[in-house]
Design a binder for this molecule. Structure first.
Ligand SMILES: Nc1ncnc2c1ncn2[C@@H]1O[C@H](COP(=O)(O)OP(=O)(O)OP(=O)(O)O)[C@@H](O)[C@H]1O
Ligand SMILES: [Mg+2]
Length: 240
């Protein structure tokens, strides 16, 4: 039975969707079956990060309403045969389902897939609880800014209440020179301010930004330090 992993954050724009897509590509490269669900309702992004935006016909609300089966809504990436994705609806009002329906949907997918990766919305609102319904693990993505760390800790509380038992923190867009300057939080500040353990550090790297904008998971760049780093983070996340 597959594992359901949520990417969450308090603050927006910290890199959840890019993280999800690259985690998905990393796992799919190992030959396991991965499905990614974009649950950023009304703000679909993941299709663009995979370069599949022109292929979207159905979305997650269509699947849950019974308009189509989940296989019809799935986007398939030729570069990653084991990686599938279901896009978010762009019309938030189309999504009138509760947590039990969402959890049941994920539970159905875990029967056929090794990993169900859920790209959640930022914040601490209802849509976070919907995205988190029935998830086993959450990766809480944060940047090294005090506001982002505080929001990550708030998100952790919401996810705990939503029943996500295992949670860990991933630092993204890290600039070590700025940390050395003393003007930004240190790694020690992270553990003092965010409760879940820190399981990964991803540098700020323009290549990540450029690849996302070109619709390519950056881990596809074979032999790069980023590919290695994502493999390490994936191992730690799966070991939680
Ligand atoms: N490590 C990184 N280095 C450089 N740029 C990055 C990195 N991670 C993400 N980005 C860039 O940051 C921006 C936001 O990323 P992303 O869309 O994944 O954030 P998000 O948390 O999903 O946002 P939202 O809260 O809106 O869903 C994008 O332009 C992305 O390319
Ligand atoms: Mg996003």
């Amino acid at each position: 039975m597959g594992k359901i992993i949520l990417s969450a954050s308090g603050k927006g724009g910290v890199g959840k969707s890019v993280f999800t897509v690259n985690l998905g590509a990393t796992l799919a490269d190992r030959g396991v079956k991965v499905v990614m669900i974009d649950m950023n309702l009304g703000l679909r992004n993941m299709d663009i990060y995979l370069g599949l935006e022109n292929k979207v016909i159905f979305d997650v609300a269509d699947v849950l309403s019974g308009l189509c089966g989940y296989r019809r809504a799935m986007l398939r990436d030729k570069r990653f045969p084991c990686l599938h994705m279901i896009p978010a609806t762009q019309d938030r009002s189309k999504f009138a389902f509760d947590e039990a329906v969402v959890a049941n949907f994920y539970a159905g997918l875990r029967e056929s897939y090794d990993y169900v990766l859920v790209d959640g919305p930022a914040g601490v609102g209802r849509d976070v609880s919907l995205a988190a319904a029935g998830c086993d693990v959450a990766a809480i993505i944060t940047t090294l800014e005090y506001v982002s760390l505080r929001d990550a800790d708030m998100a952790d509380r919401v996810l705990s209440k939503a029943g996500v038992a295992r949670r860990a923190c991933v630092l993204n867009k890290v600039n070590r020179e700025l940390i050395r300057s003393g003007l930004f939080p240190s790694f020690e500040d992270v553990s003092a301010r965010v409760r879940p353990p820190l399981i990964g550090i991803i540098q700020y790297d323009e290549n990540i930004n450029i690849a996302a904008n070109c619709g390519v998971p950056v881990v596809r760049q074979r032999g790069s330090y980023i590919e290695e780093n994502f493999n390490r983070i994936a191992d730690r996340l799966l070991g939680l």
